[in-house]
Design a protein around this ligand. Structure first.
Ligand SMILES: Nc1ncnc2c1ncn2[C@@H]1O[C@H](COP(=O)(O)OP(=O)(O)OP(=O)(O)O)[C@@H](O)[C@H]1O
Length: 574
């Protein structure tokens, strides 16, 4: 997706920092004034030089030193405040993009690449910050100097100024031309690096699979291919800069030479004194630095624009599951759930759920069974509003779930997924996931109910044991019991269980089952069931086929029907 490609989008973030920026500008102003004073003093130095007046030279040199110090002070002021403003801009932007991403729907993350997203949030935002810093702290003062010094030069001697700036338009055109191309190459380069980062995230999170399939060489080839594309993109940008620098340098030399020629001619004609020429040369020399900086900054500016675009592209993605502006907090629920003629499709014209109607009373356990792809996961994903139905409605305790805040809805629905995801943190933090403050005693109580307390206390650091991203060092059954403890602690009235398909050893299985039974007690539960023992225990079994409920009843009722469930039962569980 392409958004407006310019820096204007940063304006609201920059405006927020206006106080700091003004302080920085005071620094810039002081710096430029001190610079002009130095030019003036340099002209004055020529006279005592001609007269051989050492005392006067020493006095002027002393004043120059003081002005240098003052200039340095203002330089520090501008550096400090502009850096502060730029870092704040980047910080706020990063926070905003991250918060925005949290609001996006699951469907977005199913297609987005984690590595690409992290690259945009880290490297690209950093680059935006650097560019904003450069803009205020380098580009603006340089442009000010490029305006102020030539005006002073015109005042000193307009013919000489004309000779100096004759190449300026050509230089401007060249800088613009190179900048445009650099922006293009830079965008390409950023995209490549992002893809590289996406590959890395994918591979390192699936390293077991890579090793199990002996796919190391395949992955190395894939990585090298992408790394080479990144190299080429970056090389194109570097080559362009390498060509640009000597061209601009040559133009600068032409300008210096014409200045010498015209100056020499004017002195020979007695239209110019050596002192004036001295002062003029100082001014011209002071221009070299801002010209060089402006060229470089302009290039960086254009390159940074690619990052600005990539960051704002994320902000432009609209969430599809929206909270109504007048959404109310869902009061604590009893757990009555109603699907009323619900239909859903991931893509238009390809229905995944069709005309689902269902009434579940508080405390009932519903098992969902059906072939892979029948729509079981989709069915339960509609309840916490990971997706919204395309038609029909879902009610909890008679309230349409689209009328309540997402937070109040999701906080009352516990989910125990097939694969337990662990975040880096302690076991206690993992059990209390999502809660800023928690009571240790409550965490322990939850772990006891989840049959997890015993194994946790046997770990060297107990509840303070650090677990990595993927719950390293914990067995499948232990991770499941942590997930159950999480749900117990949340204490939701409605529960979604996606039963793990992978078999556990019988001892671990028994512990998990027992924990699940305790968790399910007196809650409304939807289970995507893979085990007969679970299915049998449920109050009602729904058989899903191609997005429709084709049979519904208890285990005995459905067996007696001799229909799909009976067949499914024979295939799956017997
Ligand atoms: N994010 C998605 N985008 C597009 N189609 C999807 C998406 N998720 C699932 N589907 C499709 O929707 C249909 C139902 O999928 P769903 O995951 O709900 O089935 P399921 O019964 O839970 O299957 P399984 O038991 O294999 O998990 C399938 O055809 C699947 O390919």
């Amino acid at each position: 997706m392409k958004t407006r490609s310019n820096y204007w989008q940063l304006l609201p973030y920059i405006q927020l920092q206006w106080r700091t920026i003004i302080k920085g500008f005071i620094g810039i102003l002081g710096y430029v004034l001190a610079t002009l004073t130095l030019i003036n003093l340099a002209g004055k130095l020529a006279v005592p030089f001609g007269e051989g007046n050492v005392v006067a030279i020493a006095q002027l040199a002393g004043i120059c030193a003081v002005v240098f110090l003052v200039r340095g002070f203002f330089q520090s002021v501008q550096d400090i405040y502009m850096a502060q403003a730029a870092l704040r801009v980047a910080f706020n932007l990063r926070k905003q993009v991250y918060s925005h991403l949290q609001k996006l729907n699951l469907s977005y993350f199913e297609t987005a690449k984690a590595g690409d997203l992290s690259y945009r949030l880290t490297e690209d935002v950093d680059r935006v910050g650097e560019v904003v810093n450069k803009l205020f702290h380098d580009l603006v003062p340089c442009v000010l100097q490029l305006l102020a010094i030539p005006i002073y030069m015109i005042y000193l001697n307009w013919q000489l100024t004309l000779a100096t700036v004759i190449v300026a338009p050509l230089m401007g055109i060249l800088i613009g031309w190179f900048g445009e191309r650099l922006q293009k190459y830079s965008r390409r380069s950023q995209n490549r690096i992002s893809s590289l980062s996406a590959i890395l995230t994918e591979v390192f999170s699936g390293i077991r699979l890579v090793q199990a399939f002996a796919a190391e060489n395949y992955e190395i080839a894939r990585f090298s291919h992408e790394a080479e594309r990144s190299l080429k993109a970056k090389y194109s940008a570097e080559r362009l800069k390498a060509i640009q620098i000597p061209i601009v340098g040559f133009l600068e030399a032409v300008s210096a030479l014409s200045l010498l020629l015209v100056g020499g001619w004017q002195i020979s004609q007695r239209n110019l004194t050596v002192g004036e020429f001295f002062s003029y040369l100082t001014a011209a020399a002071l221009l070299i630095d801002p010209i060089g900086h402006t060229t470089n900054n302009y290039n960086e500016f254009k390159q940074g624009e690619a990052s600005v675009d990539r960051v704002f592209e994320l902000l432009a993605i609209e969430p599809t599951v929206l909270e109504k502006p007048n959404a109310i907090a869902l009061p604590p629920v009893q757990g009555k759930v109603e699907y009323d003629r619900v239909a859903f499709a991931y893509k238009p014209g390809e229905p995944v759920l069709k005309d689902i109607s269902l009434l579940v009373y508080p405390g009932q356990a519903i098992a969902l069974v059906g072939a892979s792809g029948a729509g079981k996961t989709t069915f339960v994903n509609l309840l916490p509003r990971f997706y919204d139905p395309v038609s029909g409605q879902i009610l909890i305790d008679g309230v349409d779930i689209r009328d309540v805040t997402l937070n109040s809805l999701r906080r009352q629905i516990g989910i125990v997924p097939q694969e337990t995801i662990m975040f880096s943190g302690t076991i206690a933090q993992n059990i209390a996931f999502g809660q800023e403050y928690f009571e240790m005693s409550a965490v322990m109580e939850a772990a006891k109910i989840a049959n997890a307390h015993n194994f946790i206390t046997q770990l060297p650091e107990g509840y303070d044991t650090w677990v990595g991203e993927r719950g390293m060092n914990l067995s499948g059954g232990q991770r499941q019991r942590i997930a159950i403890a999480r749900a117990v602690l949340l204490n939701p009235q409605i529960l979604i269980l996606d039963e793990a398909t992978s078999a556990l050893d019988s001892e671990s299985e028994a512990l998990v089952q027992e924990a699940l039974e305790r968790l399910m007690e007196s809650r409304t539960v939807f289970i995507i069931a893979h085990r007969l023992s679970t299915v049998k225990r449920c109050d009602r079994i729904l058989v899903l086929e191609q997005g429709q409920i084709v049979e519904s009843g208890t285990h005995e009722e459905l067996l007696a029907l001799h229909g799909r469930y009976a067949k499914f039962y024979a295939q799956q569980f017997s």
